[in-house]
Design a protein around this ligand. Structure first.
Ligand code: PMV
Length: 309
């Protein structure tokens, strides 16, 4: 049995695709689980929540299981298992799909971990991350790699595309509220739209990406020093730039606004935008007010997670 957590991006989404830094943290309150057991015939993959199953090598494969089937094959190959014994691989997840919480990367990470444990191999986070990145391409097209990295390392990371992640110390643990807008966030579509706008007006978008990148740099310092007030303000600044990028929505803006009114130190959308999740920097004393404000504002689910080293 293997587990992998969800994640949220705290700073730098979209700009990270263009080489600017971003910060993401794992969210252990939700996650994906994979069990790998001896089977009877072939390699059977069961995605319980989706009500789908597939036996490796048989066709056709359901579109939703394609990345999973391909990842099972590439992981077995990586592990040097040429003729796999009969297996039953069962996948379950508590991470809502397409809400910016890393559902695809978490399923993939749990899958790689489950298979490697089954065959008595311990893979390091970087090895897991590289295998998962390939599967991420199915979901996202041109992913920056931040999701597979933060979920494989299970630590707060400062991430620049193509570089090893920096795992850094959080000076003072803090609480994050995460609200599910209930609207699917089409990562591929939103990333594609930003790309088209960037192609039309490169200098305008490069400037926005630079500004977002600088916020991520400053946010790392504030997290290290434990300056939560300033960290909250940086979330607000990042949200304003995400609005300028055109990836927010009236609903997300509304949720961020009511969180601040309820006492949050700052807030923003998290992930690709348009839908998905919002996050807010809260304290124990503002937790209930923010949760209530979001529930009244239409959030489907609100969870709180502590960010620490
Ligand atoms: O919505 P998510 O969790 O898939 O996050 C997307 C983050 C982007 O920066 C918009 C894309 C990427 O590949 O980093």
């Amino acid at each position: 049995m293997a587990f992998a957590p969800g994640k949220v991006i705290l700073f730098g989404e979209h700009a990270v695709v263009y080489g600017r830094p971003a910060i993401a943290v794992p969210v252990t309150q939700v996650g994906a689980r994979v069990t790998v057991e001896r089977g009877v015939d072939g390699v059977l993959i069961q995605a319980k929540d989706l009500g789908l199953s597939h036996t490796l090598g048989e066709s056709p494969v359901d579109e939703a299981l394609e990345p999973v089937a391909s990842l099972v094959e590439s992981t077995l190959e990586y592990l040097g298992v040429r003729c796999p014994p009969p297996l039953v691989i069962t996948i379950t997840s508590t991470i809502p799909i397409a809400r910016g919480l890393g559902s695809g990367a978490a399923v993939s990470t749990a899958l790689v971990r489950g298979l490697s444990e089954h065959f008595g191999r311990e893979l390091g986070p970087e090895e897991v991350s590289v295998l998962v990145y390939e599967a991420e391409k199915f979901h996202h097209g041109t992913p920056s790699g931040i999701d597979n990295t933060v979920i494989s390392y299970e630590r707060p990371i400062y991430f620049v595309r193509g570089e090893f992640p920096q795992i850094f110390k959080v000076g003072k643990p803090f609480l994050l509220a995460i609200g599910d807008s209930g609207v699917k966030s089409p990562t591929k579509v939103v990333v594609g739209e930003v790309r088209r706008r960037w192609e039309r007006e490169p200098s305008r978008y490069e400037t926005l990406f630079d500004q977002i990148g600088r916020i991520a740099e400053r946010a790392k310092e504030e997290m290290e020093e434990g300056n939560l007030e300033r960290l909250g303000s940086l979330m607000d600044e990042n949200q304003a730039l995400l609005q300028d990028l055109g990836v927010s929505s009236p609903q997300l803006d509304g949720l961020v606004k009511v969180a601040r009114e309820a006492g949050a130190l700052g807030g923003k959308l998290s992930g690709a935008g348009r839908g998905g999740s919002v996050i807010a920097l809260i304290e124990e004393r503002t937790r209930e007010a923010v949760t209530t404000a979001w529930e009244r504002g239409g959030a489907q689910r609100v969870i709180a997670t502590e960010v620490s080293s």
